[in-house]
Design a protein around this ligand. Sequence first.
Ligand code: AMP
Length: 237
Amino acid sequence: MRLHAGDSGAALGLNVVMLGPPGAGKGTQAERLAERRGLPRISTGDILREAVQQGTSLGAVAQQTMDAGRLVSDDVMIGIVQERLDQDDARKGFVLDGFPRTVEQAAALDRMVNGRGPLVVLDVVVPEDVLVRRLATRRICGSCGATAAVDWKQSCEKCAGQLVTRVDDSDEIVRERLKVYQRQSKPLVDYYAARGTLRSIDGNRAADVVTAAVNQAIDEATGSGLPPKGGSREREA
Ligand code: AMP
């Protein structure tokens, strides 16, 4: 796989982008990957939800758009990510979850990572009927926002907060979000595929199997030589 940056990335960071529709499991996989590689996971959805919860001006701008299942403007999102990537902990690399979501955001990200090491793009693919089913049953913690694993039952494993349904996981809004994904975010797959920086991961499997595939894809993409921890070889897009 040809990486985007014009260098080997040996002394540079590992910059990962997770693509995929809502419900594909990007959040879980991004969290596991970030932990394993000692990188910050940057979820733009989490940043926006936090802003809403704290009642900041960003939260005020974002809430209605998020509740309707539409995308917050490129200008706002690019500003948020630029600021986050400028922080020290992101210098060694990052796992981006939920950004970019438009080709314009992807072009801005290219400018931000220029000279900071290769960009590895993972596209987590799950059939639409499975996504709809997953989102209908998804619960998050109403206090800290963590996504609940199937066996959490009543309360959050991390902070014991009450589990709730995300406003934007309601039937009607899910359909809108999937439409928005097809229209605005799917073109990203072509954007990255044309450059050869993309790997497709079958996300319709048990989370641990997907995690193994993600790690293998990263190892292969970066030529790091870390032994893969199981899972099947993924398709190079
Ligand atoms: P997520 O948690 O990633 O599903 O994001 C929840 C919502 O936040 C989305 O439906 C959008 O309204 C908004 N959002 C998150 N990331 C972005 C982005 N990169 N561009 C535009 N809107 C975003």
